[in-house]
Every structure is written in C-alpha cells, then in structure tokens.
Design a protein around this ligand. Structure first.
Ligand code: FPP
Length: 262
C-alpha cells in the first residue's frame, strides 16, 4: 500500500503509569516498559523515511511527580542514551533535546551533551527528545529573546514575522523540518498538553487507546496510514488547497509482513 510518509512526527508517549497499574505493578514499571519501546519506534520511523521524530519524554508539569518516579525517569533516559548511542550513530541519526535543560541534574546533562555531540555530524533521521519541555515556556522564551535583541539594537520590532519568530524557538535548528505533520498521542487522552503549540499548527492528530508500553512499530505504521488518508488543506480551498509545500508523494510504501521482522 502506497502512503505519504510524514516528514515530522511528534509523539506524546502517554499511559505508562496506567498501563502498569492495570496490571498490578507500580507506575515506575510502566516507565521501564515504556522506555524499552522507544528503540523500536525510532528504528521504524527511520526505516520508513520519516525525517524528524520528536518524542515528548518529560514535560515542565512532570516535575510535580514524586521524587522516586522522577529518579527512575531520568535513570531510564540516561540508560537509553548510553545503550543506544552507538547504534544511532551507525544509523546516521542526529540527536537533539529541547526544553529547559538547565533544570536537569548535571549527570543527566552530561549524558545528553555527550550523545548530542557524538551524533551532531549525522544527517539522517532528526531525533529530538522534549525534556522539561513546555510550549508556553518555549513561546515566552522566544518573545523574551526577541525583545532582548530589540533592546540591544540587533533587531527592530517591525521585522517580526513568522519566519523570524521560528528562529527563536527551541526547534530552530530543524529548519524547514520544524513544522510537525503528525502528532500521535497514546493512552486514549485527546489533549495537546502544552506540546509544540507553534510547530503543530497544521499537524494532523492521531489518537490511540493503546498505552505507550503497548505501542509497537506496526501501530506507527497504522498511524501513518491514517495520516496518509487525510486531505490536508492548510486552511485553503480549491486549487490553492495544495498539500504542504514540503510534502512528497513519491509513493513510499509501507510493506506488510516483512516489516514485522525488523
Ligand atoms: C507518560 O506516562 C509518560 C511520561 C511522563 C514519560 C515518558 C517516558 C518514557 C517513555 C520513558 C523514558 C523515555 C525515554 C525517551 C527513554 P504517564 O506516567 O503520564 O502515564 P499515566 O498518564 O498513565 O499516568
């Protein structure tokens, strides 16, 4: 089946805690299982030709969780990066993080910085983790940075437009890939939860009742097939209702069967 592969997919990996509690386990067990899902989804996105994948791993609101849960989350994140960095490098994956990184502990920052540095020369899948991330914080920060540039004389208020504003966001380095095409949220919740509010302005949304620890590569394929069936008009009608100017329709194919073997 021929499908259009979204350039940029962003995933809200929700439902770890509920997944575990429904099975009589502690919430942190859900995070352990959830973190083990990340590798397969990254590989599948890469294999399908997705160019950017952003994973919402920790929100600004998540700081309000019990210290034991926070400890486990950061440990899992460090472990993931330490374990996977070599393979990500082999796969030519570039890695970035967005969010209020100065709030992270030094040991976590060190592991992140080392992975970012090691993968910085790669040009394949652009993998981004949103950590201590909140879109409102991101937008306020962008406004503040622009105001500072105006105060110092580097910019003038009349210069502000969408193109310039994007350059003040945490996603600026993604260039034209900063716009999200498809947002996936697991666990049955249908909220955007302060995630990429600017970047997802014209994104399609895909919600699944599966909790993140149950989300497998084949479910990513289903989400992409669903995306592919949607008509994206970007607010226009008729002739002008072209697809995303960046979109490609090269007949990229999601093969059924062999995919499951990866
Ligand atoms: C939502 O589940 C998930 C999180 C807050 C964190 C996501 C973290 C991981 C998948 C593990 C570590 C990440 C990486 C990238 C290795 P929840 O706890 O909010 O679930 P609930 O809504 O059922 O309570």
């Amino acid at each position: 089946m021929a499908v259009n592969i979204p350039h940029h997919i962003a995933i809200i990996m929700d439902g770890n805690g509920r997944w575990a509690q429904r099975r009589g386990h502690s919430r942190v067990f859900g995070h352990v299982r959830g973190s083990s899902r990340v590798k397969g989804i990254v590989r599948e996105a890469d294999r399908l030709g997705v160019r950017a994948l952003t994973l919402y791993a920790f929100s600004t609101e998540n700081w309000n969780r019990p210290p034991t849960e926070l400890k486990v989350l950061w440990r899992l994140l460090k472990k993931y990066l330490q374990r996977e960095v070599a393979e990500l490098d082999r796969e030519n994956v570039r890695f970035r993080v967005i969010g209020e990184l100065d709030r992270l502990d030094t040991d976590v920052r060190e592991v992140i910085d080392s992975a970012v540095e090691r993968l910085s020369g790669n040009s394949g899948l652009q993998l981004t983790f949103a950590l201590s991330y909140g879109a409102r914080r991101e937008l306020c920060r962008a406004a503040r940075l622009f105001a500072e540039d105006c105060e110092s004389g580097r910019r003038h208020a009349s210069e502000m437009n969408e193109e310039l504003f994007r350059q003040y966001l945490w996603t600026a380095e993604l260039g034209e890939l900063d716009s999200v095409d498809l947002v996936i949220r697991t666990s049955g919740e249908r909220r955007v939860s302060n995630f990429l509010l600017w970047q997802a302005a014209y994104a399609e949304f895909y919600f699944t009742d599966l909790c993140w620890p149950d989300f497998e590569p084949r479910h990513l394929q289903e989400a992409i097939q669903d995306f592919s069936s949607r008509e994206r008009r970007f607010g226009a009608v008729g002739e002008k209702a072209v697809r995303d100017p960046r979109s490609r329709s090269d007949g990229a194919t999601i093969a059924r069967g062999p995919v499951a073997k990866i």
